[in-house]
Design a protein around this ligand. Structure first.
Ligand code: ASP
Ligand code: MG
Length: 423
């Protein structure tokens, strides 16, 4: 019997009606002759609410206790969905991550999977049961309950799909798939039929929220194809897969556009350290303490000097600004820099496309398009299949839309479906 893993995100199970709608789909899949393993996220904003609650009670919030707290969100969903399945006449059983043997390292809040045992899932499937598993969590090698990072229920799903050699791994969410741009910003965005793991990784890294970065990494490393689709419309979504292996040379790949998507990100800020002495060790002195404080630095720009001093600019999550600013001001003093400024009103726009590797001139066309619209580029960074630029936040819509048009991505019609709230 084919085995299908289905993961339902927070908005898909946000209330009792949604829970029953999901149960109907699981029952439908089961009755059509499939074994089904379901992975659920916490209902709606449950995780955010639990975090909020913790901040009201505690300033220290020890990692172990946060994980004890946050894992309850997914446990609620798993138990409720299983009850709804029983009411539909489906034999089902719920498990926590720990019960099914998702073994992680000991890093509370961002644990990494070291092994997926899955014995109880296999047994339950053999007994003819649908199994419903609380996502996002596992048990550590030190026997403590762990969570694997925000959005990590996707990771639970791909890890189980891999461990159980599932025939499909469906990720149900509140959008109908992966789009060529965020339809809230670019109304002409189109749904992609398929996207390669490498492109999806770059999109997630560039700020796309559809799939969590680590889930895509895991899926790529283990070759688990993901079908991202909506639990509101149930229509076919986007396949995230290894396109290199499945494409016949010169066939469908030819039709794939050079650029797959325009990704926008407004979650970062820019920091500039002015008048930095141009000598060995200053960058290390600046970025080592930031790394030690877990500040995820994104783009870095530094030029050579003509007068012995230079400026260093970098971008980082705005959420970490308080921590970073303290560090940067201290280090700037130590290395003899003349000042520090920061700018929260920036946006990053990235072009992502595997076709970039073999088509020169993409960067030039991107810069010309922005220039013609009067958009000033503040920073640039590239990988083999991505070009990112930083600009003023006010230019974001204009920049993203004109790039989407210039690279032939417009769908021809404005996106019409109701849009969920931004996560
Ligand atoms: N509930 C967790 C979160 O909100 C995990 C997930 O949704 O995948 O981050
Ligand atoms: Mg969530």
């Amino acid at each position: 019997m084919p085995l299908i893993v289905q993961k339902y995100g927070g908005t898909s199970v946000a209330d009792p009606d949604r829970m029953r709608a999901v149960a109907e789909n699981v029952a439908f899949t089961r009755r059509h002759g499939n074994d089904v393993v379901v992975v659920v996220s916490a209902m709606g904003k449950a995780t955010d609410n639990l975090i909020q609650l913790a901040t009201q009670v505690s300033a220290t919030r020890p990692g172990r206790e946060m994980d004890m707290l946050l894992t309850t969100g997914e446990r609620v969903s798993a138990a409720l969905l299983t009850m709804a399945l029983h009411d539909l006449g489906i034999d089902a059983v719920s498990f926590t991550g720990s019960q099914v043997g998702i073994i992680t390292d000991t890093a509370h809040g961002k644990a990494k999977i070291v092994e997926v045992k899955g014995d109880r899932v296999r047994q339950a499937l053999a007994d003819g049961k649908v199994t419903v598993i609380a996502g996002f969590q596992g048990v550590s090698t030190a026997k403590e309950i762990t969570t694997m990072g925000r959005g990590a229920s996707d990771l639970t799903a791909s890890a189980l799909a891999n461990a159980l050699s599932a025939d499909a791994c469906e990720i149900y969410t509140d959008v109908t798939g992966v789009f060529s741009a965020d339809p809230r910003i670019v109304p002409q965005a189109r749904k992609l039929k398929r996207v390669s793991f490498d492109e999806m990784l770059e999109m997630a890294g560039a700020g796309s929220k559809v799939l969590a970065l680590r889930s895509v990494e895991f899926a790529r490393n283990h070759g688990v194809a993901l079908h991202v689709r909506s639990s509101f419309t149930w229509e076919p979504g986007t396949w995230v897969m290894n396109l290199d292996e499945t494409d016949e040379p010169g066939s469908a790949a030819v039709e794939d556009p050079i650029i797959s998507g325009v990704v926008t990100d407004t979650t970062e800020s820019k920091v500039t350290v002015l008048g930095v002495p141009d000598q060995p060790g200053v960058s290390a002195a600046l970025f080592e303490p930031l790394a030690a404080a877990n500040v995820n630095v994104d783009m870095i720009v530094q030029n050579t000097s003509t007068d012995g001093t230079t400026d260093i600019s970098f971008t980082m999550p705005s959420a970490d600004m308080a921590v970073a600013e303290e560090i940067v001001r201290r280090v700037a003093g130590e290395i003899g820099a003349t000042g520090v400024t920061h700018d929260d009103d920036i946006a990053k726009v990235s072009l992502v496309g595997a076709g970039m590797k073999s088509s020169p001139g993409i960067a030039a066309k991107m810069f010309r398009t922005l220039a013609d619209k009067g958009v000033n580029i503040e920073m640039i960074s590239t990988s083999t299949i991505r070009i990112s630029v930083v600009m003023a936040r006010d230019d974001l819509e204009l920049a993203a839309r004109s790039l989407h048009t210039a690279f032939g991505l417009d769908s021809g019609a404005d996106y019409a479906a109701p849009l969920p709230e931004r996560r």
